[in-house]
Design a protein. Structure first.
Length: 150
C-alpha cells in the first residue's frame, strides 16, 4: 500500500472511530438520562436531526437514519403522540411530509444539546483553543467534501 493508500486508510479509520463513538447506544442512553428524557433508542437520533434540520422531509430523515420510510413514519407517529414533533405537508409537494419540533421537542433538543456540549467540552478540556479551531476546520472540510459525494 502506497503512502496515499495508507493516508486514506488512516483517515477512514479515524472517521469510523468517531462514527462508532457517536453510534454507541450507551452514549445515547447516558445523554438521554442526563437530559431527563425517555429511554427510547430511536429518540435521540430523530430529535437531534429534526432539531438541526427543521422541516426535514420524512424520506430524507429515513435515509439519514438508515431506516425504511415506513419504520421512520411509525417512530414519528409515536413521537408526535408524545408531543415532541409535528409533521406537516411540504410546502412544495403536498404529498410529502416535513417534520419540526414542538415547543416540548425543542426543550428536549436544547437539553440534549447542553448535555452533548458538556461531554464534548470535557473531552476537549486539555486541547488548546488553537488546536480546537484546527480540528473544527478540518472536520468542516471533511463534511463539505463528503456532502459533494452524495
Amino acid at each position: 500500500m502506497g503512502i496515499i493508500g495508507f493516508m486514506e486508510n488512516e483517515i477512514f479509520t479515524a472517521l469510523l472511530q468517531i462514527v462508532t463513538f457517536f453510534n454507541q447506544p450507551a452514549n445515547d442512553e447516558h445523554i438521554l438520562a442526563a437530559a431527563n428524557a425517555p429511554r427510547d433508542p430511536n429518540l435521540l437520533p430523530i430529535i437531534v436531526r429534526v432539531g438541526l434540520q427543521p422541516h426535514v422531509r420524512v424520506g430524507e430523515l429515513a435515509s439519514q437514519l438508515g431506516k425504511t420510510h415506513s419504520s421512520t413514519s411509525r417512530q414519528l407517529t409515536k413521537f408526535e403522540k408524545q408531543g415532541l414533533i409535528q409533521t406537516e405537508a411540504a410546502a412544495d409537494d403536498r404529498r410529502a411530509r416535513t417534520v419540526i419540533l414542538t415547543a416540548t421537542g425543542q426543550s428536549l433538543y436544547d437539553r440534549i444539546t447542553a448535555v452533548r456540549a458538556a461531554k464534548i467540552h470535557a473531552v476537549l478540556a486539555n486541547v488548546s483553543s488553537d488546536q480546537q479551531t484546527v480540528m473544527l476546520r478540518s472536520l468542516q472540510q471533511i463534511a463539505e467534501l463528503l456532502a459533494r459525494v452524495n
